[in-house]
Design a protein around this ligand. Structure first.
Ligand code: PGA
Length: 253
């Protein structure tokens, strides 16, 4: 049985004060949801990770980073290593978010290095995959997902892949208010699970958690979660509002 997983991606939002307030409100509001029922995480900007982790230390909510570099230390100006993220209390890290792929220009090879380094550094990577609108319209969704997953997980042993969560986020649904239908999400999640079975084995495919992301809101969360292969939600905009994020968590457990 896969435990539901809801993660909030704050992106480049909040400031020192609002990040702490948001963390406090989410922590107190989620008290009745224990770690037995669900995994919950928030991913604040790098500079607020440590203070948010402190606020959440007495709760069941984990902290994740939005990105990571693949080297552990050295002359890499501006970058943050897996060890640094562990050091300030991170459990998870997003790798290959669509904004990293399409705004910053990250390629699959770099994302693979990040996933690999994150696992070696003791973090749990959330590998984000998803097609652009023109790719979906051209019937290339499975081809794109196949490439993102095969290249993103290249070289990882069965044991290492068990540390990974996959997030399917169709790029046309991110921040647009246009959610994939639960049926569209289920179809792609099913494709991903079968791909993992092919690449590894059935046990791993049954255990790996596949989250959906892209305009998840309190009013569509339950419907998305009702699908067999939707194991959780990666929430952007709605995770910046404590009431909305808590409502999504309740819908998911
Ligand atoms: P959104 O973002 O919920 O604002 O669409 C999701 C994401 O980018 O992870």
């Amino acid at each position: 049985m896969r435990k539901p997983f809801v993660a909030g991606n704050w992106k480049m939002n909040t400031d020192n004060h609002t990040s702490l307030e948001l963390a406090k409100r989410i922590a107190s509001g989620s008290r009745e949801i224990t770690s037995h029922n669900a995994s919950i995480a928030v991913c604040p900007p790098f500079i607020y990770l440590q203070s948010v982790a402190k606020v959440l230390s007495a709760s069941d909510i984990a902290v994740g980073a939005q990105d990571v570099y693949f080297e552990s230390k050295g002359a890499f100006t501006g970058e943050i290593s897996p060890l640094m993220l562990k050091d300030v209390g991170c459990t998870y890290v997003l790798c290959g978010h669509s904004e990293r792929r399409h705004v910053i220009g990250e390629m699959d090879e770099l994302i693979n290095k990040k996933v690999t380094a994150a696992i070696s550094g003791g973090l749990l990577p959330i590998l984000c995959v998803g097609e652009l609108l023109n790719e979906r319209d051209a019937g290339q969704t499975e081809q794109v997902i196949n490439r993102h997953i095969k290249k993103g997980l290249a070289g990882l042993s069965n044991e290492k892949v068990s540390a990974v969560t996959i997030a399917y986020e169709p790029v046309w649904a991110i921040g647009t208010g246009r959610t994939a239908t639960p049926q569209q999400a289920q179809e792609t999640h099913d494709f991903i699970r079968k791909l993992i079975a092919q690449m590894y084995n059935d046990t791993l495919a049954n255990e790996i958690r596949i989250l959906y992301g892209g305009s998840v809101k309190p009013d569509n969360a339950k419907d998305l979660m009702s699908r067999k292969d939707v194991d959780g939600l990666l929430v952007g905009g709605a995770s910046l509002n404590a009431d909305d994020f808590l409502a999504i968590i309740r819908a998911a457990v």
